[in-house]
Each structure stands twice: as C-alpha cells, then as structure tokens.
Ligand binder design. Structure first.
Ligand code: 4AD
Ligand code: MG
Length: 431
C-alpha cells in the first residue's frame, strides 16, 4: 500500500493509502467520527463510520486524544464540502505516540499563552500555512537571484562594525574585544559586489529594538542584494521585479496556504503589476501636511504616515530620496540637493509598512571617510570598508528586504511575530 502526503490526495482518489500524521482534532456522534488529520503537508478530514469499521476501531477513533501520532489507513474520496476537496475514509488506525492534555485546545487562547507554546502552536493550521508561504518566499528568492546571475555571499553574524546605527546594537563580549550581532549584511555584501559584480546575502540580522510594535522583531531575516555599477533607477527596477516575483510565486505555488489563510488572490494579483508608483520624500511630506498630519520636513515617517501614503495606491509604493540626517552614513548625497540622499524605501499596501530599505552607496573615499567620522563612528573599524573605495571604487546600489515583513504582508497576518518560527521580541527569548 502506498504511503502518501495529504497534500497529494487528489492523485489517489478511490485508492487505499497510508498516511503518517497526527490527530489535530476530532468530533463524533453515535455512528460517525471525524478526525482532523495533519501530516506536515496539509490538514484534512478522516471519516470513520461505525457500521463500516466495526465497534472496536470506532471506539479507538473516538478516544484518540488531540496530537496523538498515528498511521492511518483508508481510501481517499472527494469531499466537496471542504475547501481542501478530499478526505480519507478510515479503515485502520495505528497509534505511534500517545498525547495527554495537549495545552492548545480548539478553544480561544491568549497571545501570551500561544507564544509561550510556540513550539506547539506551529502545528496549528494557520501557523503551518504562514510557514509554507515563508518557505516559498525563501525558495523564490534563491531562484530569482540565481536566475539573474547573482552570487550568494554569506555575511558574518559577529561583527565589529555598526551597519545602520549605533542605537539598536546587540553588544557581545568577543574574547577581549567588543563585538555586535550584525544589523545588516550590507557592508560585507558591498565587498562581495566588488569581487563578484552582483551578489546577495540572506541571513539573520539583529536590532535591539525596544519598541513593541506589530512590525518589529529583534531577530529577523534579511535578503540583501548588492550590485556593482548600478544606480538607483536600475536598482528600483530590480526591487519591484523581485517583489512582484515573490507575490507571483506565492500565487503559483501556495494554493493550499492561501485557502487556509483566506487571502484574497485578486488583491495579491494587483501586487504583481509593474511598475510600482514612486513618490519623493518631499511630495510625501506635502501630501501628509495637506491631510492634517503633523509632520515637518526632516522627520522620519511612523506607521500612521506610511499607512496613509500606502493607501493612496493599489500597489507597493517607493518613497525616494529621504533627508540625509535620518539615513545611515553610507548613503550618497543627491547630486543636486545637499539635504537629501539617493535612497528609497518600499512601502507595502494595507498598512504593512516598509518592506525594503535601500540606496546607492557613497563611492568616494574622502566623502565616505568624513561621513563615518560625522556619524560618530570609529574610522579604524571601517578601514576594510574604506578599502573598497581605495581600490577600484565603483557605484554600487543595494537593498534589504525584511523577510518577515514580506511574509506578514503577503499572508495578510496581523502581527510579525507569526511570520517567523521562533520570534525574538523585547520580552521573548523562549521557546
Ligand atoms: O531599512 P533597513 O534598516 O536597511 C538596511 O539594513 C540596509 N542595510 C539594507 C541594504 O541596503 N542592504 O532594513 C531593511 C529592511 C526593512 O525595510 C524592513 O523590511 C526590515 O529590514 N526590518 C525589520 N524587520 C523586522 N523587524 C525589524 N526590527 C526590522 N528592521 C528592519
Ligand atoms: Mg529602513
């Protein structure tokens, strides 16, 4: 008898198969029992009919506890009432591992409780679906950049330099030296671009964010492409093409997850249309002021401002050329304006906020060195980075996409903590 995954059920209609999985839930009346089964690929229903299987097996079925691991034997049938479309008519149950008092019951639980049980919460259908989408975004990322000839360069997690700012750093003792957990892989990616032309890093990054918001993690994964000989306009084209590709890949490969999440496909379709609109920081400030926002030129936008701007469009929107004073040291000044830099943030629709931050990079040795000093950083920590401008400097551009921000947006999840298997937050280091 063939052992199959639930997700492949459609190929086995009317066939007797075996499925190894867990009992996620069950309900029964006198003569019929419904087992909600999951096997890691999907969830579906097992039907146990008393008059078909006999008293003994029926009795075993109705006494299965939640999260008992089982080998189920049965016949796959179409199930027109469920979105999934198939079910199994059970003819045999073998228990592999028992389960007593599983803490996450089908009733409602508070967030703290669920987060304390994240190692178990991951088994539930919504969390499972979100992780399937996350997996697809990772797969599509490698595919997109490899197809374009980008080389994957891993950047270090332990660093001696601040990549973005000095306020959100996690400090660690590195033998007798000060070290930090990487805020970004960008500076090392820039070295990679000088060696390989087009590169991308993909790894965990860390920010000691003291804020409790639905958009911030202290540990998150970032995709950071870096491209030699590339200027802002070309970089924006790659960014929008990449984001559109991510959304399209989810539409193409995550049917099951989108059903579970009840994510509207027509909405997602709109996000695959290119180009994405662009608005300058100046224009954004004007628009906000006209609409009674209390913003001055020179401040960074918070989430209400970003959401308002995003709501003017049906696609993600680029806000380009922010004030120099609110952006990191490596961004170059606009050729015609001293007070702004060549950069862009991509703001997701529906209030999900910034999903990409990127810029051109200052390529002039003296200017970059002065920026490092002006930002209060120690030049000697950045000598290696300055070498990239000493030896054959060229313009490079790059950007960072926050994976969990993208997952949260594309899945339509309320809080970013559900978009990573084990979230790290201000007050959360376990499980
Ligand atoms: O805008 P950020 O800080 O840009 C950089 O780190 C650049 N060095 C990237 C580059 O040019 N290579 O961060 C990039 C993205 C943000 O747009 C956001 O999606 C995500 O990283 N991000 C966070 N995601 C979750 N939690 C946080 N605390 C995040 N901070 C940034
Ligand atoms: Mg940013």
């Amino acid at each position: 008898m063939e052992q199959i995954s639930i997700i492949d059920s459609k190929h086995y209609v009317d066939q007797e198969v075996q499925i190894k999985g867990w009992v996620a839930n069950k309900r029964s009346s006198g003569k019929i029992a419904f087992l909600e089964l999951r096997d890691g690929s999907a969830f579906f229903q097992g039907v146990v009919l008393k008059n078909e299987v006999g008293d003994e097996l029926f009795d075993q079925a109705i006494h299965l506890n939640q999260e008992t691991s089982v080998v189920i034997t049965g016949t796959i049938q179409e199930d027109t009432r469920s979105k999934f479309g198939y079910e199994i008519h059970v003819t045999g149950i073998e228990v592999l591992g028992t389960s007593e008092d599983y803490p996450i019951t089908p009733k409602e639980h508070g967030t703290d409780f669920l987060m304390d049980h994240r190692h178990l919460w991951l088994r539930s259908s919504k969390q499972h679906a979100i992780m399937l989408v996350r997996n697809e975004l990772i797969r599509a990322t490698y595919e997109f950049f490899n197809d374009k000839g980008f080389v994957n360069i891993d950047s270090p997690i332990l660093t001696a330099v601040a990549g973005e700012n000095t306020t959100d750093l996690f400090h660690i003792d590195y033998f007798d030296e000060d070290a930090y957990l990487a805020q970004t892989g960008q500076l090392h990616a820039e070295a990679g671009a000088m060696a390989f032309g087009n590169v991308f890093t993909f790894g965990p990054t860390f920010r000691a964010e003291k804020s409790k918001t639905r958009r911030h993690l202290t540990e998150f994964w970032m995709v950071e492409p870096e491209m030699a000989f590339v200027h802002q306009e070309e970089s924006l084209k790659i960014q929008e093409e990449y984001v559109s590709y991510l959304v399209q890949s989810v539409l193409d490969h995550c049917d099951y997850a989108l059903d579970v999440l009840d994510r509207d496909r027509e909405t997602l379709e709109k996000y695959t249309k290119l180009p994405y609109p662009r608005i300058s920081y100046d224009e954004a400030v004007e628009l906000l002021q006209k609409n009674d926002f209390d913003v001055e030129w020179g401040v960074d936008f918070g989430s209400p401002e970003e959401t308002f701007i995003a709501n003017q469009y049906e696609q993600p929107v680029f806000i380009v050329n922010y004030p120099k004073e609110i952006k990191p040291f490596y961004m170059p000044t606009h050729p015609e304006r001293e007070d702004i830099v060549l950069c862009a943030d991509l703001i997701a629709p529906e209030g999900y906020g910034e999903i990409i931050g990127g810029s051109e990079r200052e390529s002039d040795y003296e200017t970059l060195r002065q920026n490092i000093i002006d930002f209060g950083l120690d030049v000697k920590d950045y000598e290696w980075y300055l070498d990239l401008r000493r030896y054959g400097s060229v313009s490079t551009s790059g950007f960072g996409l926050g994976l969990e921000r993208a997952v949260t947006w594309i899945t339509g999840t309320k809080h970013i903590r559900e978009s990573i298997p084990f979230p790290r937050l201000l007050n959360r280091l376990t499980p």
